[in-house]
Write a protein that binds this ligand. Sequence first.
Ligand code: SF4
Length: 197
Amino acid sequence: MGSPLRNWGSGAPRHSLIVQLAEAANCTNCVLSSTRTQVVIGSGEITARVVIVGEAPGRNEDEGGAPFIGRSGQLLFRLLEEELGLVREDCYVTNVVKCRPPNNRTPKRAEIDACRRWWELQRGAMHPEVVLTLGLTATRAVLGVRSAMADLHGRISRIDHLSVVPTYHPAAALRQGPSVVDMMRADFRVARGLLTS
Ligand code: SF4
């Protein structure tokens, strides 16, 4: 998973998108550039039917160069397979902030705003059947709202050409246990209703 270019998917539909996203590998638009190991743009095909958007890379992702490759990712993709019949290769996976915040702290508003350029490039190129946002930071950044997670999860929002279903971050499920896992499963079943097959 070393090369960010490889992680954007060999089938990325537009050469121009690849060229523009290539600039992100050297991005210094916010302070996170000084502490990251590498920029983590995303993994999978940007043409995927399902897009997953998290908060920011953690330690494993910062070292490995792809999103959700640690314990959170293992739980996420187990639940996705059980509830939606999808594997990682069926999804495009990214974060709203592309560099790891020190000690995995929550990204600051200025960092989310600085990184929005890369998310806007990605969202403009994708036409999924559903976007799953994971956790409050990602959900608020994608939807542009300030509501609480309890009011957002499991509800379908339409933003331009995207249908978005927020759910909890798998790291929260690892911390808090079965009650959060059950809510994620229920939210995934809402997303399943948006899939064509
Ligand atoms: S987090 Fe985003 S804006 Fe900040 S340095 Fe990384 S790629 Fe650039």
